[in-house]
Design a protein around this ligand. Sequence first.
Ligand code: ADP
Ligand code: MG
Ligand code: ZN
Length: 621
Amino acid sequence: MQNFRPLLILLPVVLALLVLFSLIAPETPTTQPTEVAYTEFKRDLRDARIASVVVEGQKIEAQMHAPNEEPGATVTTYLPEFGDPELLPLLEAQDVRVEVREVVENGAAVWLVALLPWVIILGIWFLIWRRFAGGGAGGLGGRDIKDFLGGSATKETAGPIKVRFADVAGQENAKREVAELVEYLRQPQKYTALGAEVPHGVLLVGPPGTGKTLLARALAGEAGVPFFHISASEFIEVFVGVGASRVRKMFDEAKKRAPCIIFMDELDSVGRVRGTGFGGGHDEREQTLNQILAEMDGFSGHETVIVLAATNRPDVLDPALLRPGRFDRHVSLELPDRNARTQILRVHTRHVPVAEDVDLATVAAGTPGFSGADLKNLVNEAAMAAARTGEKAVAMRHFEQMRDRILLGTVRTLAIKPEERHRLAVHESGHTAVAYYLPESDPPYKVTIIPHGRALGGMQQLPEEERHTLTEAYLRDRLAVTLAGRAAEHLFLDSISSGAEDDIRVATQLARAMVGRWGMSEEIGPIDVRESDEHPFLGREIAQPRHFSEATAEAADTAVRKLLKEAECRATEVLKAHRGAFEKLVAELEAKETLERPRIKDCLDSGAATAGTEPAATACA
Ligand code: ADP
Ligand code: MG
Ligand code: ZN
């Protein structure tokens, strides 16, 4: 391909020139006619030296007699405007062949119109080829990746990348995982000698502004290898095939320059599930995606090329992208907790003079839900506010003013107000405490009040061992844990909120399965009363024809309600029994925002006289 490019670009030019030529000079004479004065022409005519003439408006082209049979020289001349009445009789007298041609009016305009399509075609060719080959004088030879990527952050054009891991605050897990790749890029032999294959595809996943792009650049900076960067806007072009060709070139170049890093930012823009777009299902985006898939499969396993991609929508990615051998390793970045926010603020105030009264930890405490990008923005806004009033340093009040402004102004950030935060802490602590105390349930592993995904907070449980069948006791506890957030709000805040919507949905689905599929209700017994083939954990529903009576359906509804009510009651009882420990957990969660197992255990073990004992079932029967 590389070697053909000059030919390809020359081809249309040559063609166009040929056509132009034939248009402009339809009958190119072998000898150029000489122009003579009209009197001279008339003398030749009188002297019978003219064989034939062609008249075209004022212009006369005369062919002379030649000594032999061959045609003689041609001359041209112009008839005077006022005409020459003698001319025609003279021509007849001399027996000269006269040919009169139609005059092409306004020649220039006609040529222009005729040329227009060619100009347009040529223009488009140039546009297309400039994208591939850079155009201009240098375009004929083809250009290499760094020019082709223009101003993008390739190592060569942007100079060595100065971002280091130290510039990425928090995100310890993500940094640790990415740091392993640095090792590999620096000393690939160490790994290949042992036959280890380091993953080619690493996907950075996380909400916007959490530092995915930053981390990718830090990786390149730390590893000190070439860094090829392509992002959303470059993937998808107006012309079909351009994005794909760009991807191919990038991978080709990267393989030559290994060890190196390819970074595809905002992968979701191109990596969405195929066959859902407009354009008949084979549009530019799909071609680009297919090319990426092909390139990722095309690694022989020995190239030290790491393909890094970032997205904040892993849910919409085409499953093919996530298959083994492609982006099979995921590194997730999360919104920063309080401690991480302090560190991020520290990073971004390194070069900002701050006043004595500024306490970054306090600023961090007041900015729950802010992403790294939001915090960077906050520092910048505060500095601008200070500059506006002519101050020498940024004071605490600047931070506060700007935080309030950002909180008011942004819909995008999932920033949480203090009242809301307290409710969230109570809700999540409810789940956590009940999961901790109920004997059959999976113990809590992590709890957070930092927004993630669509949820504002969350509690994660980790089963102590893998479960293959679910016992009734386990499922009842699970129901109680699911409804415990709501129970806690009710118990400690004396009101409930819309925050439990998802909990109620999940719990209802589970209770329906317990009654309708698993016969766990005494009233109904072991009868299949599924309304649909829903799976309580997958949430997929397939409608089924109903094969039971209205009465059974009603009884099932009652049984489901009873299970749910009982579960909520049990959750409430557990919380009542451990009020002291629970309140400690709420306070700790509000302060730290994310708690892991040891801290959870500390809080909940403290005031737990009745820990491990299930509250009297009679209270909820
Ligand atoms: P993403 O790619 O995840 O949307 P970016 O990497 O583009 O986010 O982040 C935007 C900016 O926010 C970064 O350039 C950086 O200045 C700041 N930022 C984000 N996360 C962090 C972090 N963990 N530490 C320091 N700065 C951060
Ligand atoms: Mg980004
Ligand atoms: Zn909940």
